[in-house]
Design a binder for this molecule. Structure first.
Ligand code: NAP
Ligand code: HSE
Length: 347
């Protein structure tokens, strides 16, 4: 344990970032591990400084220049919670290149640039942690890389998008209208800035790419993940956009419910992945996974099947995973992939 604080530069103070900022400001001492450095919030980058100040964030920490926070000699670790592709990709790479640890919840940037970012992190010897990028508050990537490291994994499958599960649950249980429920999920902070990423399945694709990296040691191309089924509910449309009340009623008549299921599995030595609306038994573990909850099952040898479930989206739940990663960096625990070998192309 060292008393020198780890100075945190926070990029983004929206749904997730503001929860992380509040926790660091209100509970900093409590978040200090017995064998880790204390955490100190050193700066917060947003686009609209006045709006963030009005929301109660301390004015002296706010800036609209995230690159300055990354380059600053006054930050040791960067937490990226802005979302999207650029400038997030460049900022994460710059922080890693400068030897700073990075925590991110940005599944898009990891799924599309993970191979490059892993290579930068390994070359620079800097930690890249991203537990919050899959399953919101559910610990699943860490266990894949650590407690399950002695297994050969054959499949990972799950409900990994809270927004679509919230919508499908409300359509199934209450016959609610798709558009009304989507608006509710947006208001609750579950949906992406552009919710087409949720309902068309792209967010779940990004998550299955990240799960596959930890489970199988490869960064799949998101474009190679199937999102349009040829039969079953919603066939012919991406994600849940083609699932209508007729599909839900037909499933119910057979004792089934429709869920958006993401899966990556070994097929001989190839890794194949898909994100498709799937009718599952209503009384199964996936069938009972309701609302914003997520559930991820891992099939592995010798352990058999293990499952992780819990809140899959929302600011408070997601901040739990971000804070856990920050504490891990303060304890010197390295990257999310822990002792796993470099992914193909990331040496
Ligand atoms: P959000 O509410 O839209 O917040 C984004 C924040 O980033 C805002 O403070 C925004 O500032 C700031 N920002 C965006 N672009 C910026 C730029 N170019 N320069 C400076 N600041 C910028 O997003 P969120 O829901 O918190 O999500 C953040 C990340 O976590 C995303 O990658 C998302 O996919 C991921 N995630 C979200 C959840 C969830 O449940 N919400 C769960 C898991 C992972 P302004 O407010 O001033 O525009
Ligand atoms: N939009 C995402 C979801 C946020 O609904 O699951 C959590 O990653």
């Amino acid at each position: 344990m060292t008393s020198t604080p780890l100075r945190v530069g926070l990029l983004g103070a929206g749904t997730v970032g503001r929860e992380v900022a509040r926790a660091l400001l209100a509970r900093g001492a409590e978040l200090t591990a017995a064998d880790g450095s204390p955490l100190e919030l050193a700066g917060i980058a947003v686009r609209d400084v006045e709006r963030a100040r009005a929301a109660g964030l301390p004015g002296d920490l706010l800036t609209d220049a995230p690159a300055h926070l990354v380059a600053s000699a006054d930050t040791d670790v960067i937490v990226e919670l802005m979302g999207g592709d650029e400038p997030a990709r460049t900022l994460i790479a710059a922080a890693l290149d400068a030897g700073k640890g990075v925590v991110t919840a940005n599944k898009h940037v990891l799924a599309h640039h993970g191979e490059e970012l892993e290579a930068v992190a390994r070359r620079a010897g800097a930690a890249l942690r991203f537990e919050a990028s899959v399953g919101g508050g559910i610990p699943v990537l860490g266990p894949l890389a650590t407690e399950l490291a002695g297994n050969r994994i054959s499949a990972v499958r799950g409900i990994v998008n809270g927004t679509t599960n919230y919508i499908l649950t409300a359509m199934t249980d209450a016959g609610r209208d798709y558009g009304d429920v989507l608006a509710e999920a947006q208001a609750a902070g579950y949906a992406e800035a552009d919710p087409s990423g949720d309902v068309e399945g792209h967010d779940a694709v990004n998550k299955v790419v990240i799960l596959a990296r930890l489970a199988f040691g490869v960064w799949l191309a998101p474009a190679d993940v199937t999102t349009i089924g040829t039969d079953g509910p919603g066939a012919g449309s991406p994600g849940i956009t083609g699932v209508g009340s007729a599909d839900i009623a037909a499933a119910a008549a057979a004792g089934l419910v429709v869920k958006l299921i993401a899966e990556a599995r070994r097929d001989d030595e190839a890794i194949v992945a898909a994100v498709l609306p799937t009718a599952v038994p209503a009384e199964s573990a996936f069938g009972r996974t309701a609302g914003v909850l997520n559930r991820i099952e891992i099939e592995a040898d010798p352990v058999g099947t293990v499952a992780f479930s819990g809140p899959g989206a929302g600011g408070p739940a997601t901040s739990s995973a971000v804070l856990g990663d920050l504490i891990a960096i303060a304890r010197g625990l390295g990257s999310t992939w822990a002792g796993l070998p470099p992914a193909r192309g990331a040496r």
